[in-house]
Write a protein that binds this ligand. Sequence first.
Ligand SMILES: O=c1[nH]c(=O)n([C@H]2C[C@H](O)[C@@H](COP(=O)(O)O)O2)cc1CO
Ligand SMILES: [Zn+2]
Length: 159
Amino acid sequence: MKRQDYLKWDEYFMGIAILSAERSKDPNTSVGACIVSEDNKILSVGYNGMPIGCSDDEFPWEREGSTLETKYVYVCHAEMNAILNYTGTHMKGAKLYVTLFPCNECTKALIQKGISEIIYLSDKYAETDIVKASKRMLNAAGISYRSYTPINRDVVISL
Ligand SMILES: O=c1[nH]c(=O)n([C@H]2C[C@H](O)[C@@H](COP(=O)(O)O)O2)cc1CO
Ligand SMILES: [Zn+2]
């Protein structure tokens, strides 16, 4: 009989999004994203971080203060990096596994690339206009989104 405790697709891909988030240097919110084709092949991954050449040590990670001294104007979102990291040609019908509900700017890009479903872990900014705008666009575009249901299982990776 086959192994019974293998990871299901949702667990596997959300696990990869969670692991990718561990690469993030953001001290407040690490985000990971994994884009998967219709036939369950990984197309791309990403996490939130400073653009290439913009040092993690020199650019600010502050949340508050003058605009130029906060992270927000510099950091690349996980979803945006996952889109930009993709070297293939075809993303139509793909799914996005992401640890935080996408912002409006990433949502626009995801829609334009033909993403058909979003599976997210946290929706901690659900009350913000940014996320409301995302959902409005996704609803209009007929793109489904659902919250990942945790299975309360630890998968230990010894590194
Ligand atoms: O969809 C997203 N994807 C994403 O990667 N991020 C990143 C930008 C920031 O580095 C961090 C959010 O920071 P904070 O929670 O401290 O405001 O997460 C933020 C959002 C906003 O929803
Ligand atoms: Zn975003």
